[in-house]
Ligand binder design. Structure first.
Ligand SMILES: *Cc1c(COP(=O)(O)O)cnc(C)c1O
Length: 385
């Protein structure tokens, strides 16, 4: 069997297990998508505040653009000629909002998570990572020289034992977690994590707020703002690709970490910086986030509605956020349920292995602030047909 035949056979196996992925064909229109000739409410988007679907925001931003100010490329890494002023403007704004010494912007959350840990780790580093951290963090750990132990999901008692057992044997230990988890929509206990981290001087804390930035906290800065522990987190990371309706990612940190990353982080150094106009749009949105409290409240309210309806029907739903999974189990059944919802005009997608553990295939509702209560009621009705 040659290499291509081998790939064909592997793809056939995926297909037989209902785990074959394909790129969906669709067009977007505000909150809805058009696919297979149907218009459906998008329940799978990460546009958590509904800002990407908000035409007025785009109109307002476009007022600022002329052929001279529209800069579609930076043409270089920021260490060469790509460090346009708007980058530092955004970083200063972020540091001010977070109340940290510094901030640094990256091309994506994927770049951030695959670059930061390898940059700051060596063979004298132990990474203690939650079992359910995002694939990008796993890749960052793999690229690093550190040793890694994964602790059971949100099991901080186990984490405490691991810290006690290993803290003396390493130069540094880095605890790595998400704040809101991608697939279960549950949350890490940041207050306890900070408490554990502070017990030993050589323990650092890394928190990925991908799903919480914009959504949580009275200024939309994330779960760390909500828990009042922003400055106790050494690596406070988030993406602009979700609630902030843009592209790129940030770390809020101390000056030393920022400078270290600028010198050591390969996914920062060896890539063309995002287009300045994309950064200008991010800055435009970031400045508005504090004023989006109504959207955050509505999102929390419809999320609670859906979650409580699932729980009332006996589903074990761990979510405490706008990410609400309906765990079906077998992949084939999950696909059928998702298709049924789609026929009724709700674009919900199945999530299958290897994204989630075998036997826990699910429909993952990813709610946004522009969904109405009556639409949630309708969804609930169709789920339980
Ligand atoms: C989406 C996501 C990322 C990746 O961010 P991008 O900006 O899309 O590359 C990283 N971490 C988590 C937890 C995410 O959900």
């Amino acid at each position: 069997m040659n290499a291509i035949e081998y790939m064909q056979q592997e793809l056939q196996t995926l297909k037989e297990h209902s785990n074959l992925r394909r790129l969906p064909q669709m067009t977007h229109d505000g909150r809805t998508v058009l696919a297979d000739g149907r218009r459906m409410l998008n329940l799978s988007s990460n546009d958590y505040l509904g800002l990407a679907a908000d035409r007025k925001l785009r109109e307002e931003f476009l007022q600022t653009l002329t052929p001279d100010t529209f800069q579609p490329t930076s043409s270089s890494s920021r260490l060469l000629t790509g460090n346009f002023g708007v980058y530092e403007e955004l970083e200063t704004e972020l540091a001010t909002l977070f109340g940290t010494e510094a901030a640094l912007v990256f091309n994506s959350g994927y770049h951030a998570n695959t670059g930061i840990l390898p940059a700051v780790s060596d063979a004298q580093t132990l990474i203690l990572a939650d079992k359910l951290v995002h694939a990008s963090i796993i890749d960052g750990i793999r690229l690093s020289a550190a040793r890694c132990i994964r602790y059971r999901h949100n099991d901080l008692a186990q984490l405490e034992r691991l810290l006690e057992q290993h803290h003396a044997a390493y130069r540094q230990l880095i605890i790595v977690t998400e704040s809101i988890f991608s697939m279960d929509g549950d949350q890490a206990d940041l207050t306890t994590l900070v408490h554990l981290k502070k017990r030993y001087p050589n323990v650092l804390l890394y928190v990925d707020e991908a799903h919480a930035f914009g959504v949580r906290g009275t200024h939309g800065l994330g779960c760390a703002e909500e828990s009042g522990c922003i400055r106790d987190i050494d690596f406070l990371v988030g993406t602009f690709g979700k609630a902030a309706a843009s592209a790129g990612a940030y770390i809020a940190c101390c000056r030393t970490i920022r400078e270290y990353l600028v010198n050591r982080m390969r996914t920062f150094i060896f890539t063309t910086a995002l287009p300045p106009t994309s950064i200008a749009w991010t800055l435009f949105i970031v400045r508005k986030l504090a004023g989006m409290q109504d959207r955050r409240k509505h999102l929390a309210s419809i999320s609670r509605m859906l979650r409580e309806a699932l729980q009332a029907k006996g589903y074990d739903c761990p979510s405490v956020s706008h990410i609400v999974p309906l765990v079906v189990g077998p992949s084939a059944d999950t696909v059928l349920r998702a298709e049924m919802l789609q026929r009724h005009g709700f674009y919900a997608l199945p999530v299958r292995p290897p994204t989630v553990p075998e036997g826990t295939s699910r429909i993952r509702f990813s709610l946004t602030a522009d969904i109405e209560e009556r639409e949630i009621e309708e969804i609930i009705q169709y789920i339980f047909i």
